[in-house]
Structure formats: structure tokens, C-alpha cells
Design a protein around this ligand. Structure first.
Ligand code: AMP
Ligand code: ZN
Length: 129
């Protein structure tokens, strides 16, 4: 059983921020900023696109609810990050959205890599082929 399933089952403790029938939201054990929270569906799926539409709707609603709860922290903005696959930095193979509250002047908490020179027309052609 994966580590997040163990948290959902209560086998491993977590600092729960929000919970409903479909999702559990808890503080990330290695916070990148104050209030860094992970939202996970209670049913195990590895990747975002593997979730059935209806469950995805309930999950996204849970993500929004969690943002509402976190507003108590007085953030100025927030990033939502979802990694899929090892190559994308996914360490825990149970779907999770990171909600990372952002505060004015908090620095480069979440950043994209360098801009690459990529022919957009070629990319689009490959997608549409
Ligand atoms: P990712 O790299 O997107 O798979 O993110 C996994 C996240 O899970 C990391 O930010 C970890 O700090 C976090 N994490 C791992 N184990 C736990 C745990 N037991 N409780 C809370 N967060 C955890
Ligand atoms: Zn799991």
C-alpha cells in the first residue's frame, strides 16, 4: 500500500487541513512555504488522467475547498502543482495536488525551467497528426 493510502487509512499520522468523502488534504512534511498542503483523492490512482471524470470533479472541488480553508493564513496568492511520472518529479505514486500559498516577497518558491527553443508549428503538427 502506498504512503498516502496509509495516511488515508490512519496508519500514518498527518496534519489534516481538510477532509470530505472524496479527498484528504494534509500539510506537506517538507513545506516549500507556510501552509504547503497536499490534496489527495481517497481512492488510489497513480496519475491525474487515470481518474474517472466524476471522481476528478469531486477531487477538484476538494482542492478548491482546501484553498478556502488555507485563506486563514492570509496568503497573497498560491500555486497549484501536480507532478505525473518520475520524469516530472512525482515521488509518491498517488495523485496529489500541491497547494503552495504565496506571500509577497517570498522569493522563487516555484519556478519553471529555462526557456527552450522549440518550433511550435512542429509540435502542433505532431499533436494533430
Ligand atoms: P511529489 O514529488 O509531487 O510526488 O511530492 C511528494 C510530496 O509528498 C513531497 O513534497 C513530500 O514532502 C511529501 N510527503 C512525503 N511523505 C509525506 C508524509 N508522510 N506526510 C506529508 N507529506 C509527505
Ligand atoms: Zn495510494
Amino acid at each position: 500500500m502506498c504512503i498516502f493510502c496509509k495516511i488515508i487509512n490512519g496508519e500514518i499520522p498527518a496534519k489534516v487541513v481538510y477532509e470530505d468523502e472524496h479527498v484528504l488534504a494534509f500539510l506537506d512534511i517538507n513545506p516549500r512555504n507556510k501552509g504547503h498542503t497536499l490534496v489527495v483523492p481517497k481512492k488510489h490512482y497513480e496519475r491525474f488522467d487515470e481518474m474517472p471524470d466524476e471522481e476528478l470533479c469531486n477531487f477538484i472541488k476538494g482542492v478548491k475547498k482546501t484553498v478556502e480553508v488555507l485563506k486563514k493564513l492570509g496568503f497573497d496568492g498560491y500555486n497549484i502543482v501536480n507532478n505525473n511520472g518520475r520524469v516530472a518529479g512525482q515521488e509518491v505514486n498517488h495523485v496529489h495536488f500541491h497547494i503552495i500559498p504565496r506571500y509577497e516577497g517570498d522569493g522563487e518558491v516555484v519556478k519553471f525551467g529555462e526557456v527552450k527553443k522549440i518550433d511550435l508549428d512542429e509540435v502542433l503538427k505532431e499533436i494533430k497528426e
